[in-house]
Design a protein around this ligand. Sequence first.
Ligand SMILES: Nc1ncnc2c1ncn2[C@@H]1O[C@H](COP(=O)(O)OP(=O)(O)OP(=O)(O)O)[C@@H](O)[C@H]1O
Length: 311
Amino acid sequence: MLLEINNLYFSHTKDKPLFQNLNLGFEEGRIIALAGESGCGKSTLLNLIYGLLDWESGEIIFNGTRLLGPKGNLVPGEAEMKLVAQNFDLMPYATVAENVGKFISNINLAQKKETVLELLEVVGLQEFAGVLPKYLSGGQQQRVAIARALSVLPKLLVLDEPFSNLDFSRKIELRERLFRYVKQHQISLIISTHELQEIMPWLDQIVILQDGRLIQNESPEETYKRPYNSYVAKLFGEVNIFSEEEAADFQLPKFSYYPKEIKISDHGTEAELLESRFAGNHYWNKVRVKNKELIMYTDEKVEGNIKVSFE
Ligand SMILES: Nc1ncnc2c1ncn2[C@@H]1O[C@H](COP(=O)(O)OP(=O)(O)OP(=O)(O)O)[C@@H](O)[C@H]1O
């Protein structure tokens, strides 16, 4: 196990404990998402792992070493662990390339230059090599910090919401290059996000926190198909949630159905169409079935009343 969290207790304030007996393990070489609603404790957990906060009791073991937290260790983070938080801590008077190369040895300057260029390419900032950080946007600065963290080839890279400052097209480019790079270099990655859907194809494991509690820790497929509760299902985007009574009334085996899991079917239940709107790669439809409003996606625009089935 690369990282182990055992019986961890932590509170920001006395009256409101955040983690109570948290237990969690991360295996080496994996890409792991830490997900949950805003305020569930993602950033706090990452800061604890990186040694920026002291915990009350329990232990965090990284690569066989028991971590100490700031009280016991003045320099946060182990040599083989890097965190890129939401404040990027760049050197203001050094160029982008110098920032990226900060931790790379000067013994072989040609090699250093090549590595810096490769990393700038990974984060899509080649043309900014000679620019000072203050001329970059927040999202660009964050990418410089990611490239700098990658430069030391850490065993574990911890990224706190790395795509939050990026527009959609940049996000798609960066995430693919970044995930390929970490896999190629056997870097384990923990990435906090509230946009799970966007990084799903690259994930090996999803850890879900709700109010500081670990509520699910499984593969992306398992988590998506069998969410522990409605809170988990909602992290994957739009979803129809059924109460126990409703599920019984509809004779459904599950409590949640994604909009794609409701289909038009001649053998289905009568549904009243309320709206059908073009949404790009599907039509977004609102229908009423047995007095319950449901969202379903279809390939074609829906007209007139229909029958629907649940898959
Ligand atoms: N320095 C602090 N002092 C007191 N409470 C704090 C502090 N930092 C965070 N909290 C509280 O701890 C809880 C967890 O916060 P945290 O920032 O870890 O959540 P998060 O899941 O990362 O949220 P987000 O997705 O918005 O970044 C929240 O209720 C937050 O208000």
